[in-house]
Design a protein around this ligand. Sequence first.
Ligand SMILES: C[S@@+](CC[C@H](N)C(=O)[O-])C[C@H]1O[C@@H](n2cnc3c(N)ncnc32)[C@H](O)[C@@H]1O
Length: 304
Amino acid sequence: MLSYRHAFHAGNHADVLKHVVLIQLLRYLGQKETPYMYIDTHSGAGVYALDTGFANKSREYETGIAKLWDRKDLPEPVAEYMQLIKDMNPAGKMRYYPGSPYCADQVAREQDRIRLFELHPSDGKLLEDNFRKLEEHAAAQGQRSGRGKRVMITKDDGFVGLKSLLPPPSRRGLVLIDPPYEVKDDYRRVKDTLADALTRFPTGTYAVWYPVLQRMESRELPDKLKRLQGKDWLNVTLSIGAPSPDGFGLHSSGMFVVNPPWTLEPMLRDMMPFLVSALGRDGQAKFTLESGAPVTGMRAPRKV
Ligand SMILES: C[S@@+](CC[C@H](N)C(=O)[O-])C[C@H]1O[C@@H](n2cnc3c(N)ncnc32)[C@H](O)[C@@H]1O
């Protein structure tokens, strides 16, 4: 089903959580000189205008990025994320919001590789157009010679395409799996794709974004992921408040990370209370953070 357009949701509280974590995972990989590969199985359009079109209609960014824009007290990881966004809005007005491909492009180095999948024809084209402009801009600044091999965009199914890229040549990499979950099957495909990917590239880091909803598939997903393949995992959720009475709108989301860097948990423990207080809309705003190895593993889950 291809009715989903991420522009409606760009910059909302769920994007804030996802993109802050994504930037930190990439920064960690960038600490070693050896190149890494970033794979985005569900890329979206890459860049979103907030002041026109779908994003301006839904105004979901008011639950996320808009609440952080003028804050002067951002914890370090949120400040890094905000700096990336301010850099793409040099006039100082909040006009553009970065999708995961743009975040990755800004954080990844010349030697790293970025592989992007997007199935929706319109978003696939926007993604290509946005990256063409980015590369032209970088080339004009003398920063890069052109698109070359660094970024590759495939307008196809990312669940399927991922297989052919694993393991990456340098055996270092991060995979973001961020489907729309508008169809039940996305939950199953996330689990199956991750299980398969872990057999091909067991040491990779994998980040799965998911909505926290009442539907059974959503409630069961984290536990199913915990049971995969004997790997360390971390699960963080952010709820901005009670679900709305009519059940519409997303009030909570999570990032499930397999093979997380050791730095991620302490960083989140410091940062999440800030996000709860900055983005929370009522007394039921909260975060959860747990980590461990699978049920059969050596380490019992820890809750924070
Ligand atoms: C949640 S959005 C991605 C947002 C993006 N990762 C970000 O953080 O900026 C999900 C995207 O996946 C696309 N999509 C849906 N099914 C897909 C599939 N099987 N393979 C690749 N893309 C898909 C949708 O068109 C949509 O643009």
